[in-house]
Design a protein around this ligand. Structure first.
Ligand SMILES: [Zn+2]
Length: 64
């Protein structure tokens, strides 16, 4: 997972996954730690309920 530098700078950094997990377990909402390839440390990401998908043409309806 590629992390944008702007996101990296804005997010809180955790030196280890264990440190990040402490926050995950104490949070009221689902979070997931991931290693950032920008800073090499860990950030937390929220699990998105509805994935944002690029607009695609509607699938052709097969009627019969
Ligand atoms: Zn980072």
């Amino acid at each position: 997972m590629r992390t944008r530098l702007s996101i990296c700078l804005r997010k809180k950094r955790y030196r280890s996954e264990a440190e990040a997990l402490e926050v995950v377990f104490s949070a009221d909402y689902p979070l997931r730690p991931y290693r950032c390839d920008r800073c090499g440390q860990f950030h937390l990401t929220g699990r998105t309920k509805g994935k944002k998908t690029p607009r695609l043409p509607a699938p052709a309806l097969s009627q019969g």
